[in-house]
Design a protein around this ligand. Structure first.
Ligand code: SF4
Length: 313
């Protein structure tokens, strides 16, 4: 669907020109240092987080962000987004890394019409900032023209290759085949692609690890980030309701507490992640883990790929 564009600001029009709408929260900074609940296991490089939308449409059962954003699954655009972002990026240097999005998805279905994420990408690219897109949607393919001319990477999350399981786990998100096709299209467009196999939940998608690595590597992903599922109050209730027998068996294992989350035992987590690492080695691609206390020789979020790449003109 075409963007609903009208002229917004000089230089932005070639990407998208529709100003954001609404009023709530318009006085708050959009770009904020990423700090996932001050997790002692987060090893992300310093970066700024940008969420064009508040809340998320995808409705993932395991979502962590839903525990701290009110009305989380009621996805709505940020007020006056592009005007505010335009002001904020003027204060940044080219060293800054901006990730969108880490507490929502930058490509909910609304984005096909509103083009707010596209507008943000245009502003960030014009400022020559480093851009890290994290999404579950193949709508990101629409913005390949901006991303290939910027210092950017895209992380596509693929948790299962089974369409029916994906519909249960991530009911609002595009299915796995569309995400794999997006990896191919981005990779063919010269954009570094990271696949997030994240989270792995034993008994639900734990048996797909090797197949997932094979599929995303074949599609063109050059790095994989993975993690095991961490239980938080609300996500545990959602998954338990959808998969009662699996979660009933796992429930007594969530003993270790890190921040506001409960982790599976370290030995079990490291065995799971060891399988991902081994499959990545076999495919000749790099691996890192997210908030697991597992050391990696590259950036844990795959952002090393941005610096290593010269943008296409
Ligand atoms: S896409 Fe991400 S932010 Fe959106 S519901 Fe799923 S896990 Fe949460």
């Amino acid at each position: 669907m075409a963007c609903q564009a009208t002229r917004f600001a000089p230089g932005l029009g070639r990407f998208c020109s529709r100003p954001s709408i609404g009023r709530n929260g318009a006085d708050r900074l959009l770009l904020r240092p990423f700090d996932p609940w001050k997790s002692p296991l987060c090893t992300c490089p310093p970066k700024l987080s940008l969420n064009p939308y508040t809340g998320c449409f995808h409705g993932c059962l395991y979502c962590y962000a839903s525990s701290y954003v009110p009305r989380f699954f009621d996805c709505r655009p940020k007020a006056h987004l592009l005007e505010r972002l335009g002001r904020e990026v003027r204060r940044l240097s080219e060293d800054h890394l901006v990730a969108l999005s880490l507490s929502s998805d930058p490509y909910p279905p609304l984005e096909a019409r509103l083009c707010l994420t596209r507008g943000c990408l245009g502003l960030l690219a014009d400022a020559d900032l480093r851009i890290q897109v994290v999404t579950k949607s193949d709508l990101v393919r629409r913005d390949i023209d901006i991303l290939r001319g910027a210092r950017s990477s895209v992380s596509l999350t693929v948790t299962t290759l089974k369409e029916d399981l994906a519909r249960r786990l991530e009911p609002g998100a595009p299915g796995p085949s569309r995400r794999i096709e997006a990896i191919e299209a981005l990779s063919d467009g010269g954009i570094p692609v990271i696949a997030r196999i994240d989270p792995i939940i034993p008994g639900i998608n734990g048996d797909e690890i090797e197949d997932l690595v094979e599929a995303v590597a074949r599609a063109g992903a050059s790095h994989i980030v993975s993690s095991t599922y961490k239980a938080r109050g609300d996500n545990f209730l959602r998954i338990s309701s959808a998969f009662p027998s699996v979660m009933g068996a796992l429930s007594p294992l969530f003993i270790e507490r890190v921040g506001g989350s409960r982790y599976l035992p370290e030995k079990m987590r490291h065995a799971i992640l060891g399988r991902v690492a081994s499959a990545c080695r076999s495919r000749g691609i790099t691996f890192s883990a997210c908030r697991e206390g597992v050391h990696s020789t590259v950036a844990c979020d795959g952002s090393h790929l941005i610096s290593e790449r010269a943008p296409h003109g």
